[in-house]
Design a protein around this ligand. Sequence first.
Ligand SMILES: [Zn+2]
Length: 235
Amino acid sequence: MTQEPLHDLYGLALPNLSAWQPGEIDLVRIAAERISLALAQAHDSDDPELGRGLFRAVFTTTRFVRVRAWTTSVFGWPPPFPQGAAWAYRDHVWAADAVFRQPPDDVTGAFIHELGHVWDTRRSPIGAGSLSIEMIRAVQARWTSRLGAPLAGIARFTGSRGPFKLSQYDPGPRGIHARVHRSFISDNQYQDWAEAFKWWVLTRDRTDPYAAEPGGRWQFVEQAARRIGIGSADM
Ligand SMILES: [Zn+2]
């Protein structure tokens, strides 16, 4: 398929179209479709047209770039990250060979997760997530720092993995869906948000205990989705 449906329906761009293999682009389209459906439902509708309009209000001009691996890095950054399969920042999602070595549903889930990062970071002047930081409070997550409370704020912008681990992200007391990627969630608020967004998109049953939990992650994403207006700057 060409990139036309992705561009015309969803506002997405594939700047290196020829690098994509047949079938890979369909998985991007399925991710966009599922997000659109969830956005429409948050606005009490099943209208695909409304869903795509809401999708474009948040994601238009996002560029999906196909790369071989992180060693072929973009801007020399991020540093080589052998397990990295897909990565996103602001207006870009990068998809490496490794992401496509998973079952198709997991690939779609990975793209939904990455688009969660796009929504979180693209409107922020410094590129730090705004929704993810807001979610810390909403779900009673918190950072604990070995350096003490004054530096816990700085610790938020680092991961909680690796040799310089000075802080720990605590996802808090709210329930977490059994199927989210727990190692991501306990990394930092950005991954917590992206996984929450993914499971909100994929869990459309409002009676699911994870979805119904007051003050939980599903409800937080639902409220954020309800604030999106077509043509509005409130996202
Ligand atoms: Zn992520």
